[in-house]
Design a protein around this ligand. Structure first.
Ligand code: HEC
Length: 142
């Protein structure tokens, strides 16, 4: 009896682990990819609503920017290329930055994600940065 229930627990554990792996490997069609990336990587500093009020802010030398006013501060035009470069980290190279260099971070993650499968890290990085740029564009307060 004891043995049986132990085995049952194991089977359940394995089923749950398998379900989680499947969920990771295949995000559901309706998932907002940019929103998900934003909430797991950016909201800690920039806030869930993008207004720069994330919980990490008190640890930063400079507060994280309000990302809902990018367009307003640029004469009403969302500055796609500049935002892309800031996220990638290649655009602003000087001084100490509190803003992490996501291009490098995503390149590392691409390696962990694909392991031995041949892949193009630039495609992985670009897809993520572009989905973030798209999400930020949708956050703009006009
Ligand atoms: C550890 C805190 C932190 C995290 C996490 C973070 N940022 Fe930032 N971000 C900052 C800070 C601080 C600034 C202000 C400028 C600087 O220090 O470089 C900034 C600036 C920016 C800017 C430029 C805003 C402007 O007004 O020009 C953009 C765009 C941006 N972040 C997007 C993102 C995105 C997208 C993510 C997630 C992939 C992210 N940030 C994650 C701290 C962070």
């Amino acid at each position: 009896m004891m043995k049986g229930s132990k085995a049952g627990q194991w089977a359940l554990g394995i089923a749950v682990a398998a379900a989680c792996t499947a969920a990771l490997a295949q995000p559901k069609g309706g998932t907002d990819f940019g929103k998900r990336e934003y909430e797991s990587n950016c909201a800690a500093c920039h806030g869930v609503d993008g207004k720069g009020n994330g919980p990490y802010n008190e640890l930063l030398k400079r507060p994280a920017s309000d990302l809902t006013t990018l367009a307003r501060r640029n004469n009403g035009v969302f500055p796609i290329q500049r935002v892309y470069d800031v996220i990638d980290g290649g655009g602003t190279g000087h001084g100490t930055r509190d803003m992490p260099v996501w291009g490098r971070e995503y390149r590392v993650r691409a390696g962990e994600h694909y392991m031995d499968t041949p892949y193009d890290p630039e495609v992985y990085v670009r897809t993520r940065i572009l989905s973030l740029v798209d999400y930020l564009n949708r956050l703009q307060a006009w």
